[in-house]
Design a protein around this ligand. Structure first.
Ligand code: F6P
Length: 530
């Protein structure tokens, strides 16, 4: 049945109308314990969702919607490896990557947990050798720098997690990430690095991505220009991929390849071998800690009732704003500089997963799906775009993320940081009226702007794993309710095809044949290029 024809959807629409005049202030005044009543906790992770424009009845109706859409069936299907990625006929089994070794999850009659653990052990052994200096470069020198070459899911996850967990990283390894095909990225990254002590981790699920292969070729030339010995490749290049054939074709010994599988989506791959650069930085034990944190949320998502289930609640609240309040965007505002890349990571996770407008059969759907996800760390954002959050004409639901205990002893900084986080959610929710002075109107904060607050006790590999899994499952919840395939990404294909065609036009004398705008732009570049 079409989502918009379900009974719960119709009731939610009516209910939304009933809430038109409701103010957050009223909800809090009506129930003195409103905040704690709408706060849940799982294994140290706290979600306060009380500052949302919803009541107990809203939650009942959203859960009714999830039931009508058989969310429980969807969760079971994902965890047991059904081919829920219907256009590619594959499971989406990132949860298996962090399942305990004793668990058995079968794909095509094979227990994938065994394969996962084998690769994890290989990664760990390799990471130990590099970190301890046993693994040597071609000149016999130990590795001092690791450069991850990858893009999208093969970059954002490890790069985000490395920023988040720098305090856990080895001080003797300089870990860098190159993604962009823009030559400034790789040339700046390689600047001041010594080829004799640099290890490249070429990360690509398909090993056909033009950005990654171009950067990898440039890195290879840079290395060979200095070491002048093709055998050096084996000491300085490893690959992470599902595609052994292309890895070998590139010239990397398949013995130096760390495998993952087509049932791990690129944007869901941080916990697979795609995390190798991160593991090199933080070490195998910390990496396994991250897997354990993600697994704790997997179990929570799979078993907790909806009202106690952090990802389900976040997913349902998101549906409420997107489909019934028509909020176009969703802000992610980590009050922690270490999480500065989290918004970018979640952009891919959410927008590439749920930025869809057809159902599993390819038929257009008549309702909104993924919001635009964006954000910056607080307090920086406060001095940039929060003006719009407070007084703009559009409502932007936001997730505020805070960490109770920092890993520094600058207490004043942390107290001020957290004071700002709490103050912002309060100001957004309740506002304040100044209708007397000459700046009447201008100084009026109407409030009623919704937010969630997520609190972590510490930022560790374990809690980072939790946070990542919370968002993965939030996004799954929404995609399942919307009846779309959250695990394909056909929308990225056309641009790649056209770029290949235009590249040929830029680099040869082929005439450019496009619309008048594109042709003029191409010709202008061709002229400049001469
Ligand atoms: O173009 C989009 C995309 O396919 C993402 O889904 C993926 O994470 C990224 O490119 C990189 O792909 P690969 O890991 O195959 O190089």
């Amino acid at each position: 049945m079409n989502l918009a024809e379900t009974a719960a959807w119709t009731k939610l629409r009516t209910h939304r109308g009933d809430l038109r005049e409701t103010r957050l202030r009223e909800l809090f005044d009506r129930e003195p314990g409103h905040g704690p009543a709408m706060t849940i906790e799982h294994s140290g992770l706290v979600l306060d969702y009380s500052k949302n424009l919803l009541t107990a009845e809203t939650l009942d109706l959203l859960i009714e919607l999830a039931d009508e859409r058989e969310l429980g069936t969807g969760i079971r299907a994902m965890f047991t490896g059904e081919a829920i990625n219907t256009t590619e006929q594959r499971p989406a089994l990132h949860t298996a990557l962090r399942a305990p070794a004793a668990r058995s999850i079968e794909v095509g009659g094979r227990n994938v947990v065994t394969d996962i653990r084998t690769v994890l052990d290989r990664m760990s052994a390799f990471a130990e050798r590099v970190r301890s200096g046993q693994w040597r470069g071609a000149t016999g020198a130990p590795i001092r720098a690791v450069v991850n070459i990858g893009i999208g899911g093969s970059d954002l996850g490890p790069a985000m997690a490395y920023q988040a967990l720098r305090e856990f990283a080895s001080e003797t390894l300089d870990v860098r990430f190159v993604a962009n095909i823009d030559g400034h990225d790789i040339s700046r990254t390689l600047h001041h690095l010594d080829p004799a002590t640099t290890l490249f981790v070429v990360s690509s699920k398909t090993f056909t991505t033009i950005e990654t292969l171009t950067n990898a070729r440039t890195a290879r030339e840079w290395l060979l220009a200095a070491l002048d010995e093709p055998a050096a490749i084996a000491r300085h290049f490893v690959a992470v991929s599902t595609n052994a054939r292309e890895v070998a074709a590139f010239g990397i010994d398949p013995a130096n390849m760390f495998e993952f599988w087509d049932w791990v989506g690129g944007r869901y791959s941080l916990h697979s071998a795609i995390g190798l650069s991160l593991m090199l930085a933080i070490g195998p034990d910390n990496f396994r800690g991250m897997l354990a944190g993600a697994h704790s949320i997997d179990e929570h998502f799979r078993t907790a009732p909806p009202r106690q289930n952090i990802p389900i609640l976040l997913g349902l609240i998101g549906v409420w704003y997107r489909n019934f309040w028509h909020a176009h965007t969703h802000a992610v505002l980590p009050y922690d500089q270490r999480l500065s890349r989290l918004p970018a990571y979640l952009q891919q996770l959410d927008m590439e997963s749920n930025g869809k407008s057809v159902d599993h059969q390819g038929n257009p759907i008549g309702y909104d799906t993924a919001p635009i996800v964006w954000g910056e760390p607080g307090t920086n954002g406060q001095h940039a775009f929060y003006q719009l959050l407070h007084q703009g004409t559009t409502t932007v639901p936001a997730d505020f993320i805070g960490v109770l205990r920092p890993r520094h002893d600058l207490t004043e900084h942390h107290d001020l940081l957290m004071a700002n986080l709490f103050a912002q959610t309060e100001a957004l929710a309740f506002g304040s009226a100044d209708d007397t002075g000459p700046l009447r109107g201008h100084r009026d904060f109407r409030g009623n702007r919704p937010s969630n607050t997520l609190l972590l006790r510490h930022l560790t590999p374990y809690t980072l794993g939790q946070l990542i899994a919370v968002y993965e499952h939030k996004i799954f919840t929404q995609g399942w309710i919307w009846g779309i395939n959250s695990f394909d990404q056909w929308g990225v294909e056309l641009g790649k095809v056209l770029a290949t065609k235009i590249y040929a036009e830029l680099t040869t004398d082929q005439p450019s044949a496009h619309d008048s705008s594109t042709t003029a732009l191409v010709n202008r570049y061709r002229h400049a290029r001469k």
